[in-house]
Write a protein that binds this ligand. Structure first.
Ligand SMILES: CCCCC/C=C\C/C=C\C/C=C\C/C=C\CCCC(=O)SCCNC(=O)CCNC(=O)[C@H](O)C(C)(C)COP(=O)(O)OP(=O)(O)OC[C@H]1O[C@@H](n2cnc3c(N)ncnc32)[C@H](O)[C@@H]1OP(=O)(O)O
Length: 194
């Protein structure tokens, strides 16, 4: 059973999300947004390395394989790690809108335990937008893309300017990210193509 808090109910004047014309084509891998991201980057030894693929409209699919480093109980994924997978999946959706946004609220239902070595098959979609607010929902299944639901989440993301990261991040990492040609390209793309 899922009971969503008021903040996750879009208001009556919210609109349907619009896929950005330059969003990756359906089926295309999104790639990591930051090499050292715990959710999607390749530079974190114990990171989730979640792989997200654009879907139709403002939807996507993603996969995360639970590894021994992700345990909470013997042989089972930690709930916080599963919430991270949901957060990363939902956050990736904003790339299809070409908006930079951070998680304001994330509500998670843990429906079934998820054993180590399981592939979590995630689907997600943006459901509504109002001003800077973006509402989205995600489901994670085990045993295959059509398998039983193991986790679910609803979220509210808040759009921010790229300065959010520059002003709040540790200078060392900000400098390195700005010197990474791929990161700068992406940040520029956000700024000229809002
Ligand atoms: C140097 C180069 C850098 C390059 C960077 C390049 C690319 C980066 C690209 C993408 C990165 C992003 C995502 C990647 C994908 C996935 C990663 C997972 C995502 C995360 O894991 S991200 C980390 C966790 N996340 C945070 O670290 C947020 C901390 N937080 C804040 O930074 C502020 O809190 C903020 C900005 C959220 C709001 O602050 P603010 O001052 O801008 O705006 P304000 O407070 O006015 O809120 C405006 C309206 O949202 C409502 N609102 C706000 N918060 C709410 C809540 N919690 N619940 C319900 N409603 C809420 C208000 O009620 C108001 O509503 P109303 O307009 O109706 O009054």
């Amino acid at each position: 059973m899922s009971r969503t808090s008021a903040a996750l109910e879009p208001p009556a004047d919210a609109v349907r999300p619009v896929r950005h014309p330059d969003a990756p084509a359906p089926g295309e891998l999104l790639g990591a947004h930051y090499e050292h991201c715990f959710g999607c980057g390749g530079g974190q030894p114990h990171g989730l390395r979640l792989e997200a693929r654009a879907g139709e409209g403002v939807t996507l699919t993603a996969e995360f394989t639970v590894r021994p480093a992700h345990q909470g109980a013997p042989g089972l994924a930690h709930g916080g790690v599963l919430a991270t997978a949901l957060d990363e999946t939902l956050g990736s959706l904003n790339w299809l809108l070409r908006k930079i946004a951070v998680t304001g609220r994330l509500e998670t239902d843990f429906v079934r335990p998820v054993p180590v070595d399981t592939v979590l098959h995630l689907t997600a979609e943006v459901t509504a937008v109002a001003g800077r607010k973006i509402w989205s929902t995600a489901t994670g299944r085990i045993g295959g893309p059509e398998g039983p639901v193991a986790v679910r989440a609803d979220a509210l993301f808040i759009e921010v300017k790229v300065e959010h990261f520059i002003d709040n991040g540790r200078p060392e990492e900000i400098r390195a990210a700005m010197n990474d040609p791929d990161q700068s390209r992406r940040a520029r793309a956000f700024e000229v193509n809002p």
